[in-house]
Design a binder for this molecule. Sequence first.
Ligand SMILES: Cc1cc2nc3c(=O)[nH]c(=O)nc-3n(C[C@H](O)[C@H](O)[C@H](O)COP(=O)(O)O)c2cc1C
Length: 200
Amino acid sequence: MVSAFATAAGRAVDAGFGAVEIHAAHGYLLHEFLSPLTNHRTDGYGGDRTARMRLTLEVARAVRAAVGERMPVLTRISATDWIEGGWTVEDSVVLAGELAAAGVDLVDASSGGAAARASIPVGPGYQVPLAARIRREAGVLTGAVGLIVEPEQAEQIVAGGEADLVLLGRELLRDPYWPRRAAAKLGAHPGWPDQYARAF
Ligand SMILES: Cc1cc2nc3c(=O)[nH]c(=O)nc-3n(C[C@H](O)[C@H](O)[C@H](O)COP(=O)(O)O)c2cc1C
């Protein structure tokens, strides 16, 4: 699995992508190893937090080695399982520091996905505090995601030091031109493709 992640990252670089992101969130394989809710192993990849983090950190080191020094490597984590006895934001602070040491440039703080019974306080920017806490306590770059839909809201998250970048999902499905609209609203100049110059 470790080499499969690394060769996938290498293919992404070969295909021309400008960054790679390791998916360690949302109940996918690496999250299943991280969370005590799902990792019941009795070998060296299960048990205490250090053992549960082992696969994710092996993947991070292998991906960094595969893509070279200059390619940005992000990792998306579920920063909390939102459930008693699950993975916590305190665990994420430790993981983020270890990920940075393994060559990861930025931790993208999502949440949930390990247990359907989790009670998630969904609302505007509800995961931003997770990114902020990891950034503050682990001293790593973070990304914030989840119900970020307004340009001013996005700007405040970055300008206020809660995260180093924001990621958008559904708002970009609704409005693929959101970054240009936001840039115009905030008085920035995003640059236009030559073909669009007459619209500027
Ligand atoms: C159609 C759809 C597909 C998604 N696929 C992925 C995915 O493959 N990987 C991932 O990390 N998140 C995925 N997400 C979650 C989004 O990346 C994002 O974290 C989530 O929608 C919350 O952000 P938002 O409120 O800006 O949409 C998906 C979301 C939607 C709506």
